[in-house]
Design a protein. Structure first.
Length: 141
């Protein structure tokens, strides 16, 4: 497992800003989810693999702490760090950082893997990730 969390670069686009010129609050969620899917891809997991296993990620709770404004043209890094508790859910802690290292926002997400047939959370999502991922170390496993 690497010392630094996984991250992806994103450039704030003008059409994502609100009337004050700030990144619209709903777009932070899009950036966070984009980074999570990029991490799955990097680890060798695809949506098709998850569907083939009959599971899908379900966001159960999401908290965003806005720290500094972002405006069109800002270059940011969006990080992902998984925290496993051994139960049906896991947490992903994310930061959206400006190029100078300033944290613009922090996103904390509680997720479970929904069994799409039974409509219940998988009891051990970490085991599913270990089974499907080519590189489970990216998830801290």
């Amino acid at each position: 497992m690497s010392a630094e969390p996984f991250s992806v670069p994103v450039t704030v686009r003008g059409y994502e800003t609100d009337i004050m010129g700030h990144l619209n609050q709903s777009v932070y969620i899009n950036y966070a989810e984009h980074a999570r899917w990029c991490l799955l891809t990097e680890a060798g997991m695809t949506q098709a693999m998850l569907l083939g296993k009959g599971v899908g990620p379900a966001v159960l709770e999401q908290t965003i702490r806005y720290r500094r404004e972002l405006v069109a043209g800002d270059e940011v890094e969006v990080t992902c760090a998984f925290e496993w508790g051994g139960g049906k859910t896991f947490r992903i802690e994310q930061a959206i950082r400006k190029a100078d290292g300033t944290v613009a926002a922090e996103v904390s997400v509680v997720i479970g893997l929904l069994n799409l047939k039974e409509r219940r959370l998988e009891s051990r999502p970490d085991e599913v990730f270990k089974e499907l991922a080519a590189d489970p170390g990216l998830f801290g496993l």
